[in-house]
Design a protein around this ligand. Structure first.
Ligand SMILES: [Cu+2]
Length: 758
């Protein structure tokens, strides 16, 4: 089996590789011009560089697989489903590039760094003081952004985008970060002793490299929180609202991006139960030189209607001294593992890939991050004992992502793969195939799939059991023992407990990826563990990707538990189903909208990318964030059916704001696996499949989104806006759409409202 998706085979001839490298340089110039706004997608279509279907046109010098001295003339667009005649010929929808250079880096020769903790500090330390409405104090705008003056805060102004109930949930903790170009980390805080971080010395400066052998990344190759690695971790607890001030320190000049990535950003706290002004709406982006205050109140869903007087001890949060503080809401809605990332309209894939991805652990009475407190509420999951809550000793965040590099070793991205982007270099916590030292005891791993388009499916190399305890942000009703995970889609989080006490000191065991991709549309096949270990795939990301080194016996007794009952689902049986809606996710979408501020306009074919969503039997439409596709009534419960419009691809669909319960897969409750019986926020449709789920819309208002989390699909343009309908008070009905400029945000009426929205 050949890996004939993105990368040339290792045994390709030198001339073949040179041809591909030249083609890549040519493409990179176009990608650069497009990303800098110098050419539009309409131009690319007009010039014949892409087709209206989004495929790279077969032009010599751009697609090395077409009209090639080495090809055999099979490079016609649209066929990527296999059946290729020659080994090194693929369809026109892929754009082959040489394999990423590794500069001699060998697997499992560098330690995996733990996440870098974002500092929690007093709100009073923020200058200027956070305000309920966006701070409209004026500052000079750089000439390259149009000059004049604009507000210091990029949040849309006025009452509609004011922090909801800002005085009811006053921020008690501030976290501040700046989106910045790559630089060395001189303030690394792993939150644990270096003995629990594979011996890494946090006081030494950490250069931005994916492996010690690889080159330092240039400032505009990688853009991360504070410009540094390891990836960042925020921690918080229920009942303790956080004010996250996000600065945009990216270059004002949109052309300074090393070929990909947009300097405007919008930060989505992935499935935070927050007001929409804090949700990172795709059109509410902010510019270099501005900040945006996100108010994360961290409340249990249902807090306005259930357990409003906070009498249920299970709805609670650590009080800092061994006890519990009761909070309102439904304890069945308690969440644990989040992440936050960019949501910039049409540029999410590039920006997240470039480094705009961090994790957020939420702590509660149930999931306290302390394994010794025995109060009848604490589930005592593996974590540690030193701190009242939030111990990270044995609670480890893992960020999985596949990357690619150009011939000089700088991070590379190719926007021409509208199927999805695949990398050929597997990283964990942005380190190339690292090792991690563990003690002989139980650990919790919070595994995030932070890829652009790649699914992962993994198990331990010896085939021994892992216990899945959470899916997305939510602890499962009960633990599920598995030897290999499900295909974990983009943005899904799976939490696992692995018990290393069964291994002897000095032994090793590996996490092995068995999910093979040939393109970004979907996994091509799942290998057996033994075949993946035997190298029976040419996908460079199949095989071992993380080495566990069993370093020592536990320094203290393992007091952690994996209870048989964790968090049963909320009971919605007494809430009537107000509406049913259907969303079909497919290709061949059209864009009837003509407002270039809120949608991509290509002209030719009326298309802004192949992907789209058909709502309630309507047409398959490209995204426009001025279109309202659904408007559930505040407080109501609905049933949504998400349908995959084709069999040639998978879509991991993310619905913001409310956790859903899957009622059926392909129409049958019997098809829902044990590990999907809890609450979810991402729903993999599987090829040709459907998912039926139910949600109740509560506590907050505003405009939210639903989209594919294959972020290339999302950007091209598989996304819809929906909003909470509160009958016009306090919010308008429908809501006006924000239009962001460096000089300030204005509002316009919705471009379109689906006939079934309200
Ligand atoms: Cu998709």
């Amino acid at each position: 089996m050949k890996f004939d998706g993105l990368f040339l085979p290792e045994n390709a001839s030198k001339a073949r590789i040179r041809e591909a490298e030249n083609a890549r340089k040519n493409r990179a110039e176009i990608v650069k011009a497009h990303s800098q706004g110098q050419v539009s997608r309409r131009d690319l279509v007009k010039w014949g560089l892409i087709t209206t279907g989004g495929l790279l046109a077969p032009i010599h010098g751009l697609n090395p697989f077409v009209s090639s001295a080495y090809g055999k003339g099979k490079g016609k667009g649209g066929n990527s489903g296999g059946g290729h005649g020659a080994d090194d010929i693929i369809s026109g929808s892929s754009t082959g590039v040489p394999a990423s250079p590794l500069f001699g880096a060998q697997p499992f020769t560098q330690a995996m760094p733990r996440f870098d903790l974002l500092q929690r500090k007093p709100v009073s330390s923020l200058t200027p003081t956070p305000t309920a409405m966006a701070n409209q104090t004026q500052q000079a705008v750089p000439a390259v952004l149009g000059g004049g003056t604009g507000p210091i805060e990029g949040r849309p102004p006025g009452a509609i985008w004011a922090h909801q109930r800002f005085n009811v949930f006053p921020a008690q903790v501030a976290i501040e970060a700046a989106q910045s170009g790559a630089q060395a980390n001189t303030t690394y805080n792993p939150g644990v002793a270096s003995s629990l971080n594979s011996g890494i010395d946090p006081t030494s400066s950490i250069p931005l490299k994916f492996h010690p052998n690889m080159p330092v990344q240039q400032p505009n190759s990688v853009w991360t929180f504070n410009g540094t690695i390891p990836p960042k971790l925020a921690i918080g607890r229920y009942g303790e609202p956080i004010l996250f001030r996000h600065h945009n320190n990216l270059p004002a000049d949109v052309t300074q991006n090393n070929g990909f990535g947009r300097h405007t950003i919008s930060t989505h706290e992935h499935n935070g139960h927050h007001g929409a002004e804090n949700d990172g709406f795709t059109g509410a982006f902010f510019f270099p030189g501005q900040f945006y205050d996100y108010h994360w109140p961290i409340v249990l869903a249902g807090r306005d209607t259930l357990n409003v007087n906070a009498t249920d001890i299970k709805a609670s949060s650590p009080d800092g001294s061994g006890g519990l503080t009761k909070v309102p809401g439904d304890w069945h809605e308690t969440m644990s593992t989040h992440w936050f990332h960019d949501h910039m309209f049409s540029f999410t894939s590039q920006n997240v890939y470039k480094g705009n991805a961090a994790m957020f652990n939420l702590y509660s009475g149930l999931d306290r991050g302390n394994e010794s407190i025995n109060d009848g509420v604490n589930l005592r999951l593996p974590s540690g004992t030193a701190n009242d809550w939030g111990n990270l000793d044995y609670d480890v965040n893992l960020l999985l992502s596949d990357k690619a590099f150009d011939s000089t070793g700088q991070l590379f991205f190719d926007i021409f793969n509208f199927d999805g982007f695949l990398g050929d270099v597997m990283t964990v916590n942005l380190a190339y195939r690292p090792y991690f030292e563990v003690e002989r005891r139980k650990y919790r791993f919070r595994i995030l799939n932070a890829s652009v388009s790649r699914f992962f499916k993994y198990g331990l190399s010896d085939g021994s059991a892992m216990i899945q305890i959470a899916n997305d942000g939510n602890l499962l009703p009960g633990p599920v023992v598995q030897t290999v995970s499900d295909e974990q889609g983009i943005a899904e989080r799976y939490d696992w407990v692995i018990d290393f006490s069964r291994y002897s000191v000095g032994s090793k065991v590996w996490l092995v990826n068995v999910c093979e991709h040939q393109d970004g549309k979907k996994p091509s096949r799942d290998l057996s563990l033994s075949d993946a270990l035997a190298g029976k795939s040419n996908d460079p990301c199949v095989g071992k990707f993380l080495e566990f080194r069993i370093a020592r016996n536990p320094v203290a007794p393992d007091q952690s538990q994996v209870p048989a009952v964790m968090i049963p689902n909320p009971d919605l049986s007494n809430v009537p189903v107000a509406r049913q809606r259907t969303f079909v996710f497919g290709s061949g979408a059209k864009q009837p909208l003509t407002n270039g501020d809120t949608s991509f306009i290509t002209g030719a074919g009326g298309q802004s990318g192949p992907w789209g969503v058909a709502t309630d039997g309507g047409r398959m439409l490209n995204a426009g964030f001025g279109r309202v596709s659904a408007a559930p009534k505040a407080g109501s419960r609905e049933v949504w059916t998400l349908v995959n419009g084709g069999g040639g691809w998978d879509h991991p669909i993310h619905i913001h704001f409310e956790e859903g319960q899957i009622l059926a897969r392909n129409g049958s409750a019997a098809n829902v696996p044990a590990w999907e019986k809890g609450r979810k926020d991402v729903y993999r449709l599987r090829p040709g499949g459907s998912v039926t789920l139910t949600m109740q819309f509560r506590d907050w208002g505003g405009m939210y989104m639903e989209h594919c989390h294959n972020t290339v699909h999302e950007d091209n343009a598989m996304l819809v806006r929906w909003e909470i309908d509160d009958n016009g008070a306090p919010f308008q009905r429908p809501l006006p759409t924000p239009v962001a400029t460096p000089q300030g945000v204005t509002f316009i009426a919705p471009d379109d409202i689906a006939p079934t929205a309200f």
